[in-house]
Design a protein around this ligand. Sequence first.
Ligand SMILES: [Cu+2]
Length: 227
Amino acid sequence: MRRFASLMALAIAGPALAQAYGYPALAIAGPALAQTHGHSPPANAGPALAQTHSQPIPAPAGGQAPPAAPVPPAPEGIETVQAPLLGPTGAPIGQIHIRGSANATVVRITVNPGTLRPGWHGAHFHAVGDCSDHGQFQASKGHVNNLVKKHGLLHPEGPDEGDLPNIFAAADGSVNAEVSSLAIRMLGPNGLRDADGSALVIHANEDDHFNQPIGNAGGRVACAVVR
Ligand SMILES: [Cu+2]
């Protein structure tokens, strides 16, 4: 009976619950579910999941920073940082909003339509908070990797502290994603806000989460300074 009831609920609630159960809608919800790291989305995940990749943001005129991504107010003791995401010319193409607790770090990434190639893109925390060499973004150095691990969420000797799930740019080039890491903290000597800061870097291609040094993710197409 319980199984019948849950199937009924599945049938009634359609895509949202199907996503929560993780099977029939997986093909549809692939990008969004993958971004959630496999944590079970809430039962009312429909709108939230849709938000992660299909909520268009109006393109700003004149390369201005887009409006702030809606992020719930942070509870007491949560560290937050908001920063513009710079594209290849140095103009903002979106923004990031990081929330960090003593145990985990959550990053919401918003990218304007027309700015990223549609499809998957690697995203990592790089070691230095410097995005001044627009278009190259090598000043941000390699991944945060204080523990000298191999790169890759799927590597047996990984992951490094900069590793994150891929993000997905919609057909219009926009992104609304939220990714998280249990390997990095906001504060402390090895944290994102250490002496030289850090950078969130988006790559041209997807990260295969295994190959060295960056999972074949290709060049660096966007960068946000975290200080
Ligand atoms: Cu990277």
